[in-house]
Design a protein around this ligand. Structure first.
Ligand SMILES: [Zn+2]
Length: 125
């Protein structure tokens, strides 16, 4: 097994930033997904510190980053739920769907159906 690959994989999965529909952000990091806690969304791009809270609203998990840049520093541990590494696949699928929808004349219903077929084929193989 190649340790370098594992390191790269960890690095890759410790900071995955996604834009949400309402111009917000979702940040996936090693099994946990965060939304912005502070500042207000309009100030996030130029903020020197961004405060993140766990996507699970019942969880006290919190993290901080310098602007929208890695690394992410965990300031309060997650509690009451497991890591969910499948969430990264979900976020990437949603992103993919949006990209396809933006560049396609097909109705969203058709695009979603095609992508779901593609996904289920991937998980079978
Ligand atoms: Zn949490």
């Amino acid at each position: 097994m190649n340790e370098l690959v594992l390191d790269d994989d960890l690095k890759e999965n410790s900071w995955r930033l996604f834009k949400t529909q309402k111009n917000g952000y979702k940040l996936y990091s090693i099994g946990y997904t965060y939304t912005v806690d502070k500042p207000v969304l309009s100030l996030v791009p130029q903020a020197s510190k961004v405060y993140w809270k766990c996507e699970d609203r019942t969880c006290p998990g919190r993290s901080i980053s310098c602007g929208l840049n890695p690394p992410l520093k965990l300031t309060q541990s997650h509690f009451g739920h497991e890591k969910n590494i499948n969430r990264l696949n979900e976020l990437e699928t949603i992103k993919k769907l949006k990209e396809i929808a933006l560049n396609s004349n097909e109705p969203p219903r058709t695009i979603i159906r095609k992508t779901l077929i593609e996904m289920s084929t991937e998980s079978i193989s």
